[in-house]
Ligand binder design. Sequence first.
Ligand code: HEC
Length: 444
Amino acid sequence: MKAFHWILLSVFCLTTWSGCNRSVSVDKMDYGILSEADIDELIETGLKAWRIPGAIAGGAACMHCHAPDGIDLAFMNYSDFTIRRRGAEHAAPGIETLNASKLEDIVNMIRALQVKHNVNPVDPKETIPFQPGGALLKGSSNQEKDASFGIYLKESGFRFAAIPIDGDAEARLQAEELARIDLAEMLTGIELNPWSEDPYYSNSIRVLGDWLPLTPVKPTNVYIWNENQISYTANPGLQELAQLIATGTNHSFQPASVYLRELSQLKYKALLIAQHRFRNSPQKNDKIGISIGNILYELNRIDPAIGNPFWEIGQFFQRLERIELLELSENLNRRLESGDTDDLVLPWYWLGWMADPSFESTNCDASNGCLNRILEHLKKEEMHFHRLFVLAKTFTETKKIDESHHSTHLWFSNDLPVFDDSGIQELYELILNNINSIYKYGTK
Ligand code: HEC
């Protein structure tokens, strides 16, 4: 098993909000000396530009694809150059349109938002939003990443990865231990999605998997939509957010292939939740923030139709048979290497599960429908330890596991994976047996 130690030691640092702190210093300091009134004015002026219909997609404004006030671009510290470069695609000549000087208003607004919200901006090239634990377990293949995860469980000192259950008391201890685990802090071998994967620099299929919609979310009743965006920006509460999500979901919008439209709409829903979390994430000296899981739960209490968009994006990619169905622009199509949309499924499933490990807010067509789906997918990707862990954690989070699946051995019958390393094999079987016992004792 020693062979795997290097993997653990070389855990790869991606920096998220909480993880290893490699945040970047920005020009924001210059804006920090401005008065509060000046900062507010810069934001006010920038917001006007942010909401002006641009030159593409029948007049899409920045706010039709990004956060209602651009807070995403304030958290992900895109450079002034990048903001101008991306903004330029939307600019057109004329005074009443989104022109070069209005793009400067947007740049100023983003910097002012960083001051106003005391943002600790992160480097967008190094940061994967919500990557659990802020880092990725290393490995050159899925099998290696999965074995890293197994070893990580053991080396983290979890009882369920070290002590065989010999009775009720130990089973209870292990169940409690599982219940206490904070999924946002648990490293995994699954890399989540970047905020933006710009086709200008990348020809990876991840361009389709990133958070930003490729086509604007602009409902036919754009007046109400814009008003709701404005009212959320003025008062960014959960009620306003739920309202916004409902408006964006219930109306049809801009032309595009039905598939691309669906994907964009799902992404925008997910983005709205994420940007709410950015807004309420730990600030400089404050470690407390609300998790996306909390936000999702609260939103579904307000409006159960909101569901779990992270999960639904995974489902979308699983359903999508061919990229051609998206009818992407020629320009983008040419740049994309042929890639497998299947690779985009697991990161979104993992995030959807992390945000809702009991699948309470997720629409699962059948009893255990979602659990089965993620377990099957993990199996297909040969992520066996991850698979065990998902099952174990979901057990402790839910009371809705179907009767017929009471025994872990039933879930895993006839498919005991074979590992090259006998230590890894033993570890797997130990955890499997423990989960089985936890469930057996736990349901007595
Ligand atoms: C039609 C939807 C849409 C609109 C409208 C839009 N964006 Fe974007 N934006 C995206 C997408 C999608 C990405 C992610 C990269 C990609 O796939 O092209 C992105 C990425 C970005 C990035 C990050 C680029 C990088 O290097 O990763 C910036 C900055 C940005 N947009 C700024 C703006 C500004 C400013 C506006 C308004 C002037 C705007 N965007 C309007 C869809 C949009």
